[in-house]
Design a protein around this ligand. Structure first.
Ligand SMILES: Cc1cc2nc3c(=O)[nH]c(=O)nc-3n(C[C@H](O)[C@H](O)[C@H](O)COP(=O)(O)OP(=O)(O)OC[C@H]3O[C@@H](n4cnc5c(N)ncnc54)[C@H](O)[C@@H]3O)c2cc1C
Length: 235
């Protein structure tokens, strides 16, 4: 039933009132919206966002809701380079009081049980994990859940680092910052040695990163059913 609910929520459309944006790092921006009273989501899900204040080609993009449903606003965080797409140019033009529309929430990339879980982020793929970690903090049950976050970024530009460090200080969630694939594989193997096939693996990032980590997990005989993927197409 939850599968059906996840699938049907794509038909829900919400108007989001833009509040502010701020820079997380050189090329990464967070956009903050008022949270509509009748909208909720599961930490890790995404929405389909549409630009409505002007006409552009390709006006829809999927973005993870980077805030937890327990927070009092809705945030998305995206990478915007010096040559942004029309969509991202339009995002940068938003001023307080303007609106975008969101369909969803969508997807099944969220924590479902208390299994030991390894969250593996590549670059901007960190967004669903911010929502999950903030949700665990709000529920206060990170201690029961054996959650470890591996955050890989080859440029060592770790978005939300201050927030993660504060949460990791107060809860038993371990956050490890990495900048090489070899170190990432090594950490994955350590987790696998501890939990064998009782562990769950959540991977988010570019297609090449998600594919390569999935191959590594499968080569280590981790069953497909224990691997959840959120592939950020477009990077
Ligand atoms: C479930 C999900 C969650 C996401 N969450 C985030 C997030 O939190 N933050 C974030 O920054 N990005 C996220 N993305 C990626 C985001 O939707 C955009 O694709 C990305 O930001 C690039 O957008 P753009 O406008 O800069 O580039 P675009 O102009 O859209 O695309 C750049 C290049 O990628 C190609 N491309 C675009 N979409 C696809 C596709 N579906 N399949 C194959 N090629 C494609 C284009 O043809 C182009 O060559 C998410 C994607 C998915 C699917």
């Amino acid at each position: 039933m939850s599968f059906l609910k996840d699938a049907l929520s794509i038909f829900k459309k919400s108007e989001l009132l833009f509040l502010e944006r701020y820079k997380e790092s050189d090329e990464v921006y967070t956009f903050v919206f008022e949270k509509p009273k009748d909208l909720t989501w599961k930490a890790g899900q995404h929405g389909l966002f549409t630009i409505t204040h002007k006409k552009i080609k390709d006006s829809i993009r999927p973005f993870t809701v980077a805030s937890a449903p327990t927070e009092n606003n809705l945030k998305i965080t995206m990478r915007i380079s010096d040559a942004p797409s029309e969509f991202k140019k339009a995002m940068l033009e938003l001023e307080k009081g303007m609106k975008v529309s969101m369909s969803g929430p969508v997807g099944s990339f969220y924590l479902k049980d208390n299994s030991p879980t390894l969250l593996i982020a590549g670059g901007i793929g960190i967004t669903p994990f911010r929502a999950m970690v903030k949700q665990l903090e709000a529920e206060g049950n990170g201690a029961e859940k054996q959650i470890q976050l591996l955050y890989m970024d080859s440029k060592k530009s770790y978005v939300y680092k201050d927030e993660f460090d504060e949460i990791a200080n107060n809860m038993s969630i371990r956050v490890t910052y990495l900048d090489s694939r070899d170190d990432l594989h090594h950490e994955i193997d350590k987790f696998h040695t501890s939990f064998k096939n009782n562990g769950k693996y959540f991977i988010a990032g570019s297609k090449s990163m998600v594919d390569s980590i999935t191959t590594h997990l499968k080569n280590n005989n981790i069953s497909k059913g224990n691997i959840k993927k959120d592939t950020f197409r477009g990077y």
